[in-house]
Design a protein around this ligand. Structure first.
Ligand code: THU
Length: 147
């Protein structure tokens, strides 16, 4: 892991980004799964937005940490491109974003780098195109459906 990464115009410290995601994880509301996730998204203009998973008794209304962070970003007026996302889940393995979260990240950060971690070992560092190849997104929609 490089100490400082530059993506777009934003420069951020990767270890600090993961540390922040691990720290916010403690605020997760997880009475059903007990599996806490913390996420931080970094925008091209250098802002950081935090999120945690928020579960619900109906189960299916659960909001993932990445989703919460992005909803917060938009609600707070952040609209510059997402350049990086860190997710830290409980357990030892890297907590990679679920399929729905990949699509949500893609909407605002098609070229984002994702830092996925748990509490053990090295983080997994992958690009959105690796996580969601041949994605359907806003660009495709604005260009129409013909190939
Ligand atoms: N979860 C996330 O917050 N992000 C992911 O990308 C994977 C799953 C949450 C949802 C649920 O509260 C818990 O982890 C167990 O699935």
């Amino acid at each position: 892991m490089r100490p400082d990464a530059t993506a777009g115009s934003a420069s951020f410290n990767e270890a600090e980004l993961l540390r922040r995601a691990r720290e916010v994880r403690s605020r997760a509301y997880v009475p059903y799964s007990g599996f806490r996730v913390g996420a931080v998204v970094v925008t091209a203009d250098g802002q950081w937005f935090e999120g945690v998973n928020v579960e619900n008794a109906s189960y299916r209304l659960t909001s993932c940490a990445e989703q919460t962070a992005i909803t917060r970003m938009v609600a707070e007026g952040g609209r510059s491109e997402i350049v990086a996302v860190a997710t830290v889940g409980d357990g030892t393995d890297p907590c990679t974003p679920c399929g729905a979260c990949r699509q949500t990240i893609f909407e605002f950060g098609p070229d984002a780098v994702v830092y996925a971690s748990g509490d053990g070992g090295k983080p997994l560092i992958v690009t959105m195109s690796e996580l969601l190849p041949h994605a359907f997104g806003p660009k495709r929609l604005s260009q129409g459906y013909e190939t």
